[in-house]
Design a protein around this ligand. Structure first.
Ligand code: UDP
Length: 435
């Protein structure tokens, strides 16, 4: 067939590795799936918060002939209060760099490549006004499920029609064909109306409607009713259309750093010695953290079950179920290791059935190993999709907000997970382990 003309897509990644890495993957997907046309991409990042080295190695591996990179210059943030939420910082950077983005897009529009489409991620909705102004089709990409995206675009309506804090709403929020959401399950920055981040996030949610479409990491078998319901609203002109392009998962876990390589391969070598589908993999994402008591209970349960297991153990925290996410899981004492917080003698007693790994393991490879038959998970969206793609069923142990909704969906709607029945609650005080 005759080749279609070349198309150039500009992707804007919000600050933070968690945004830049998925956008880098999406940029590669764009150029790989040109549908007969030559696709090229420019990945735009921010100089603010670009901790050197953290993701620069990934950017360096992008195919230079088809993916270019551009960096928006650093803007000062010293007028923000020291305790400003991270959302406030990110949105302030995005707003203050809009003139630079405008300049860049105008320049690219005038270049021979032109700009066929502009794609921004969650926070980048703020920048859609630039693409609208320049007449470039603009899309938003969401790394989580459609139900979460739906709850975000619904925020301005909730803000208008309610006066209390969302966690105090007497009834759950019932979006069409989605699992009912409790107010406290909505995104964190809108949980406090007095915080300066609150009006910014409401405004951000309003700007979502500037998009010509949403690119969502979900798929029909996972969120059939939610997708149908959202389509109806899109046809009625309430929301832009949503394109479920998932499951979009990493093919490799990364962790290529030499220091990790040996530990990664020893973990996989141990799995090589186990029978097919016999091992329960236990891991709570990049941030999930158990309390001391939960750690002891989990250890007791694994030991009593006699089940083979591979457990990624973190330092416990009695205060915060996402302590590791913020780096708070680590102890300053260099000799301290997470494994020393396990019950006395646990590692020795379970030597024949289990392997304990400190802090991080090559999850994607583990889930795809023939020896793994189940996954105790916090139900983070990436972990969920990685398990689904590998065909491994889950035991759901959600730890923080959105994961609880994911767990309900997986257990009650999709049938991919079981939820443990819990007689005695050992929670962080936030009820996150309720049965
Ligand atoms: N991950 C990993 N090894 C670990 C823990 C996590 O490779 O020991 C990866 C996992 O494969 C997933 C990501 O980190 O891609 C965690 O994302 P998810 O959305 O599941 O949870 P979050 O960390 O955002 O709560």
């Amino acid at each position: 067939p005759p080749r279609k003309p070349a198309a150039h897509v500009v992707l804007l990644a919000s600050p933070g590795a968690g945004h830049v890495l998925p956008m880098a993957e999406l940029a590669q997907l764009v150029v790989a799936h040109g549908d007969g046309a030559e696709f090229t991409a420019t990945l735009v990042t921010y100089a603010n918060f670009s901790t050197a080295g953290y993701y620069s190695s990934t950017l360096a591996t992008l195919p230079a002939s088809s993916v270019s990179t551009a960096v928006l210059p650093e803007v000062p943030l010293d007028d923000l209060p020291a305790d400003a939420r991270v959302e406030t910082r990110i949105l302030t950077v995005i707003e203050r760099t809009l003139p630079h983005l405008n300049e860049l897009l105008s320049f690219l529009l005038d270049s021979p490549a032109g700009v066929a489409a502009f794609v921004a991620d969650v926070f980048g909705a703020w920048a859609l006004e630039v693409s609208v102004e320049l007449g470039i089709p603009g899309y938003l990409t969401s790394t989580t499920k459609l139900t979460t995206l739906h709850s975000i675009v619904y925020i301005p309506e909730l803000d208008r029609t309610t006066a209390c804090e969302f966690r105090d709403l007497p009834e759950p929020i019932r979006l069409p064909s989605c699992v009912p959401l409790r107010g406290e399950d909505l995104v964190d920055p809108i949980q406090d109306r007095t915080n300066p981040a609150y009006p910014l996030v409401v405004e951000l949610a309003r700007k979502y409607l500037l998009a010509d479409g949403f690119i969502v990491n979900t798929f029909d078998a996972m969120e059939h009713e939610a997708i149908e319901a959202f389509n109806v609203l899109s046809h009625e002109g309430v929301y832009p259309p949503a394109y479920p392009v998932g499951p979009f998962v990493r093919t490799l876990s990364g962790g290529e750093a030499a220091a990790d390589a040996e530990e990664n391969s020893s973990c996989l070598r141990w799995l090589d010695e186990q029978p097919d589908r016999s091992v329960l993999y236990v891991c709570f994402g990049s941030g999930g953290t158990l309390s001391t008591q939960q750690t002891a209970e989990l250890a007791a349960g694994l030991e009593a079950s006699g089940q083979r297991f591979l457990w990624v153990v973190r330092f416990p925290s009695d205060k915060d179920s996402m302590a590791s996410f913020l780096g708070g899981g680590r102890r300053d004492n260099g000799d301290d290791i997470p494994i020393s917080y396990l019950p006395k003698g646990f590692v020795e007693r379970t030597r024949d059935t289990g392997l304990v790994v400190a802090e991080w393991a090559p999850q994607v490879e583990i889930l795809n190993h023939r020896a793994v038959g189940g996954f105790v998970s916090h139900c983070g969206w990436n972990s969920t999709l990685e398990a689904v793609a590998a065909g491994v069923p889950l035991l759901a142990w959600p730890l923080y907000a959105e994961q609880r909704v994911n767990a309900v969906m997986l257990c009650e709607r999709v049938g991919l997970a079981l939820r443990p029945r819990i007689d005695v609650l050992h929670t962080h005080g936030d009820g996150n382990l309720a049965p």
